[in-house]
Design a protein around this ligand. Structure first.
Ligand SMILES: *[C@@H]1O[C@H](CO)[C@@H](O)[C@H](O)[C@H]1NC(C)=O
Ligand SMILES: *[C@@H]1O[C@H](CO)[C@@H](O)[C@H](O)[C@H]1NC(C)=O
Ligand SMILES: *[C@@H]1O[C@H](CO)[C@@H](O)[C@H](O)[C@H]1NC(C)=O
Ligand SMILES: [Zn+2]
Ligand SMILES: [Zn+2]
Length: 464
């Protein structure tokens, strides 16, 4: 073993000098902008600042927004310019949807929804004219909201047209059919992105109820991943509504049960080619672990915080607002290994006072003491969160992008740990049982020698 390790080390050293293993790239992940064109901080009544507050008083309203409101244009503009300033030349941008405000359908309509999506599309294009953008549909990027059809539609066609600069011809075809597509990642052989329309699996979508495979997307995705394995490709998956459970509300999933199971099965079958999953919808900063049947970590889904600070009205969630967040991802361009995440944010209160702008919130490896963001490392992050109160509190503050700095108590700990640990319904229930019974001891789940050995190597590797 020791001989093997030192040989491995020398091989790495050799490749390092050849410049083969160190190629590092970066991209942005942004999500959930939710532009509210009605926002007016100078409104005479706090209830009238924005339509998206639903009459809740916006006592803290300023030029960059208010915690009960969706984003004013200025906030979105400032976030895109902040991206340009922080990292002007990303390899690509992931944009995972939800562009329109949280208002009743009657206040929007199809044209207004398309107009808002176009506004954000043009804004991103204006600031990043030469950057490839991969765009996934959010449940609010439709009218009526959530009701995505499992077949070709006017809205799919309009958006395919609007995004035609970003979509290859083959992508336009599948997008028009079901709002999903796949391409070689920035055109490179051996690398692939798969953009899913998981709104088809959302339990609020009445049009896909009872269907086995809406828009044939699962069948298509399985083929894409099978083909990817055959061609030795590595794949990123992006989408909006994630499988699994909301960490701020116990027992709250988004997918219908049968679709949730099918998604988990797909990842378990094809994890060897999947190097990362990037989703939104929660507006919070979290992650989801996927394990194989031996409890080895095989994949991670990274949930990016939203740009909108909007305090959720979901019953049972108390004070569920967040500061606006954006995220840069560092990855190995040869393997697509996710090396690190750096999240930037705007302290909305402070920026409204004219006292500050976008700043770094945290770097994953620094804050959680891990080597990278591989499934093994993220499993370790989860173990630390579950077993160490200091890490739990840190994670909890990041979860709301430094909005909610209160203590995450025992019940809160279980909600967050189980949501991150188990995406499938049965596993989540088991986790709740385990953690409620005696989890306060903070058992590290599923750790085994075969997980730790590659990690030991990667620690050596990345500490160079
Ligand atoms: C957008 O933000 C940039 C950078 O802060 C600023 O220079 C520009 O004036 C803003 N545009 C609008 C229309 O507010
Ligand atoms: C987007 O809409 C805002 C108003 O809500 C407007 O000020 C801005 O110029 C628009 N930007 C683009 C690129 O259409
Ligand atoms: C955000 O800014 C406000 C006002 O300056 C300050 O009280 C608060 O502590 C800041 N929050 C963080 C996380 O820095
Ligand atoms: Zn959203
Ligand atoms: Zn959403």
């Amino acid at each position: 073993m020791a001989a093997f390790s030192s040989m491995f080390f020398l091989v790495c050293l050799f490749l390092e000098f050849q410049g083969i293993l160190t190629l590092s790239g970066t991209f942005w992940h942004i999500t959930d902008q939710h532009l509210d064109p009605s926002y007016d901080s100078a409104a005479s009544e706090p209830e009238a600042v924005c339509a998206s507050s639903g009459q809740r008083p916006a006592v803290d309203a300023g030029q960059f927004g208010a915690y009960v409101c969706d984003s004013p244009w200025r906030l979105i503009n400032s976030s895109v310019y902040a991206m340009k300033q922080i990292m002007p030349d990303p390899d690509f941008i992931l944009w995972t949807g939800d562009d329109t405000p949280h208002v009743p359908d009657q206040e929007l309509g199809v044209d207004k929804v398309l107009q808002i999506v176009r506004n954000l599309t043009d804004t991103i294009k204006h600031v990043f004219p030469n950057t490839k953008v991969y765009s996934a549909l959010g449940n609010h990027d439709h009218q009526p909201k959530n009701q995505f059809p499992a077949a070709s539609s006017y809205i799919y066609h309009q958006l395919a047209q609007m995004w035609s600069d970003w979509l290859e011809p083959s992508s336009q075809l599948t997008f028009k059919k079901g709002g999903y597509y796949t391409e070689r990642l920035v055109g490179r052989t051996g690398y692939r992105i798969m953009v899913l329309n998981t709104n088809l699996y959302y339990d609020q979508n009445k049009l896909t109820r009872g269907m086995e495979d809406p828009a044939d997307q699962f069948h298509w995705a399985e083929e894409v991943l099978t083909e990817a394995a055959r061609n030795k490709e590595r794949v990123y998956i992006i989408g909006h509504v994630p499988p699994g459970f909301f960490e701020k509300k116990r027992g709250k999933p988004w997918f219908r049960p049968e679709f949730n199971q099918r998604y988990v099965d797909m990842v378990q079958r094809h994890h060897a080619v999947i190097q990362g999953q990037f989703f939104g919808h929660h507006h919070t900063d979290s992650f989801r672990m996927f394990y194989d049947s031996d409890e080895h970590p095989i994949s991670t889904m990274f949930l990016c915080p939203g740009v909108t600070p909007w305090k959720t009205t979901l019953p049972g969630v108390i004070d569920g607002a967040n500061n606006p967040g954006i995220r840069s991802v560092e990855y190995d361009t040869q393997t697509l290994l996710v090396k690190d995440l750096v999240t930037y944010y705007l302290n909305l209160t402070r920026s409204n006072l004219g006292q500050g702008g976008w700043e770094k919130e945290y770097r994953l490896t620094e804050s959680f003491g891990v080597a990278d963001a591989s499934p093994a490392s993220m499993h370790r992050v989860l173990g630390r969160m579950a077993g160490d109160n200091g890490y739990l509190q840190k994670y909890y503050a990041f979860n709301s992008v430094n909005y909610d700095l209160s203590v995450c108590d025992a019940a809160c700990r279980v909600d967050h740990v189980c949501a991150a640990r188990a995406v499938d319904f049965g596993g989540y229930r088991d986790c709740l049982d385990d953690e409620e019974r005696g989890g306060a001891a903070g058992v590290v789940h599923g750790t085994s020698v075969s997980v730790l050995v590659p990690m030991a190597i990667s620690v050596v590797w990345w500490s160079w």
